[in-house]
Design a protein around this ligand. Structure first.
Ligand code: ADP
Ligand code: MG
Length: 260
């Protein structure tokens, strides 16, 4: 198994993971492997266990059974299920929740400055002397999230979609190895959704990314390898065409979506 990891340059492996809530298996014998620099989309009906899976990776909740292993660059394997949430985050695993949380009273630029991977708190940050490297890093992120022309505005004035991009930018400022993004397109206009897809595609290869989504058009736009989760288990995995034409996927997910 270890040889397999090394050959394929995995960054994350989950094996035999089960998590029950009051006897109900939200995650049921889940096996999942994420490659270095991969952009993976995870789809599945409501209640399939997508968010719970993210909770398990980030140490927010613990599995009853199974292992979740983070493969460090230097070849070390770390069992994430033994670590508190902040330590998982410190390893370079960043999670974007559905609701954007930005510092509304600060400018877009300062939000990114405050998020840079530096040993200091929010208030210290404001008096911190920015280095040329910091400035460059922030400018690069602003380009990536396409907020360069809004950088001096207060974050509170951004649209919902722009706040989401800023929050992704704030996570990028921590230079994460793994980025977990839960339903980024929720509540966005079609144009914002498409831009979000472009943003995530531009991160491919630089970070390993798991995107959980419902919106099939959005998935189609960004799909590489798609994992279909159903009842806490991987039902199918493959290309968008492969999974979206699969009769089982159609019956549990696509067919059902029409009635949701
Ligand atoms: P998804 O994100 O795919 O919609 P979730 O992971 O949120 O699904 O939920 C999977 C199942 O686990 C659901 O039935 C949900 O009610 C249940 N669940 C998730 N978290 C908890 C919890 N903390 N306590 C009890 N049940 C939970
Ligand atoms: Mg969810």
């Amino acid at each position: 198994m270890n040889t397999l990891h090394r050959d394929t340059d995995l960054v994350l492996s989950a094996e035999g993971v089960t998590r029950s809530f009051d006897g109900f298996k939200a995650i049921n014998d889940l096996n999942f492997y994420l490659g270095e620099g991969e952009l993976r989309t995870v789809i599945g009906p409501n209640g399939a266990g997508k968010s719970t899976f993210m909770d398990l990776i980030t140490g927010r909740t613990r599995p009853d059974k199974g292992t979740i292993t983070f493969h460090e660059n230097d070849g070390h394997d770390i069992d994430l299920t033994k670590l508190p949430e902040y330590k998982v985050n410190r390893l370079g695993i960043a999670r974007k929740f559905q609701t954007p949380s930005v510092y509304a009273q600060h400018t877009v630029f300062d939000n990114l400055l405050l998020s840079l991977d530096r040993p200091r708190g929010v208030f210290q940050g404001l008096f911190y002397k920015m280095t040329p490297e910091d400035k460059e890093a922030i400018e690069e992120i602003l380009e990536t999230i396409r907020l360069t022309d809004r950088q001096h505005e207060l974050a509170g004035f951004l649209s919902h979609g722009q706040k989401q991009w800023l929050e992704i930018g704030m996570l990028l400022a921590q230079k994460p190895r793994i980025l977990l993004v839960d339903e980024p397109a929720a509540g966005m206009s079609d144009e914002e959704t498409e831009r979000t897809g472009e943003l995530l595609l531009s991160l491919e290869g630089k970070h390993s990314i798991i995107v959980v989504e419902h919106d099939m058009e959005f998935i189609r736009q960004i799909a590489r390898r798609v994992t279909v989760l159903h009842q806490g288990h991987v039902l199918k995995e493959g290309s968008f065409d492969h999974v979206s034409k699969d009769p089982e996927v159609i019956s549990v997910y696509l067919g059902r979506q029409k009635h949701d």
